[in-house]
Design a protein around this ligand. Structure first.
Ligand code: NAP
Length: 258
């Protein structure tokens, strides 16, 4: 039986990854904090696709949770695919004394837990000579983001780490893919509090399904970096063409609170 572990499976992109993976015949380990949602999803996907599915509650912002999760999930089974999808952001000025708890959680989930899970997966997969890792980074990884500074920095980290490890593992049978979506219709901006939504959320946003499908297809093909959608592809290239200071200033305007 082939297993995929998906973090952040209770909502948005992670929920779609779970559905796509189940339709592709993978049994699932679904991870997030909202256990009721995970349990309901596991039951639904088991009934619909005849796969095996287990829900594991984990708060990945807490030290040691990622280690505990991998140990529990890989006990007696080989995990063929890791989807490092859980993540959160915070919109607002960096020099705000109230903002640290959410920024700290962003760092812990988007960077630290992602790295621990990726390392544990890479070690196990390299020893077996096969496996796939999909890290959900972001378009935010291509440019610094005033008004969302820590989030953009975590996504630049995830993108950089993914590309470096993909290169190290080249020829090993293990692939690493970074998915870099632009703003997408999920609970992401809701979680960041309605009043903090940015100008980006005024645009017509692509569905979580279409973005997850692009990521899953690219991961299965062993691609290293995926930017889904033409607008996003242009947005990824633009910061390389403009002077850095201008690119950062324009991004800051787009990320300003409404
Ligand atoms: N939506 C966008 O515009 C966009 C664009 C680019 C990249 N991304 C990235 O896509 C990924 C998925 O986000 P989304 O848009 O699908 O957002 P979402 O709908 O808010 O889903 C986020 C998921 O992450 C989980 N999560 C958050 N904090 C967690 C924690 N401490 N421990 C464990 N799980 C946690 C949530 O589950 P619980 O609340 O149940 O824990 C939820 O399942 C993130 O990495 C995000 O940065 C999103």
């Amino acid at each position: 039986m082939a297993w995929a572990l998906i973090t952040g499976a209770s909502a948005g992109l992670g929920r779609e990854f779970a559905d796509i993976a189940a339709a592709d015949g993978y049994s699932l380990i679904l991870v997030a904090r909202q256990e009721d949602r995970l349990t309901a999803l596991a039951a639904e996907l088991t009934a619909r696709h005849g796969i095996d599915a287990q829900a594991i509650r984990a708060d990945l912002s807490r030290a040691d949770e990622a280690e505990r999760l991998w140990s529990e999930a890989s006990q007696g089974r080989e995990i063929d695919i890791l989807v490092n999808n859980a993540g959160l952001g915070r919109n607002g000025a960096f020099a705000d004394p109230q903002s640290w708890p959410r920024e700290e959680a962003s760092l812990a989930v988007n960077a630290v837990a992602l790295t621990i899970l990726m390392k544990r997966a890479a070690v196990d997969m390299a020893a077996r000579g096969r496996g796939r890792i999909l890290n959900v980074a972001s378009l935010a990884g291509f440019v610094a983001g005033p008004n969302m500074a820590v989030y953009h920095a975590t996504k630049a980290y995830a993108l950089s780490l993914s590309e470096a490890v993909a290169s190290e593992l080249s020829g090993s049978g293990v692939t690493v893919t970074a998915l870099c979506p632009g703003a997408t219709r999920t609970e992401f901006f809701k979680a960041d509090e309605a009043e903090a939504a940015t100008y980006l959320t005024r645009l017509p946003l692509p569905s979580a399904r279409s973005v997850a499908e692009a990521g899953w297809r690219g991961m299965k093909a062993g691609r290293r970096v995926i930017v889904p959608g033409l607008n996003n592809k242009l947005s990824a290239v633009l910061p390389r063409l403009l002077p850095r200071k201008w690119a950062v200033a324009v991004t800051g305007i787009l990320l300003a609170r409404r």
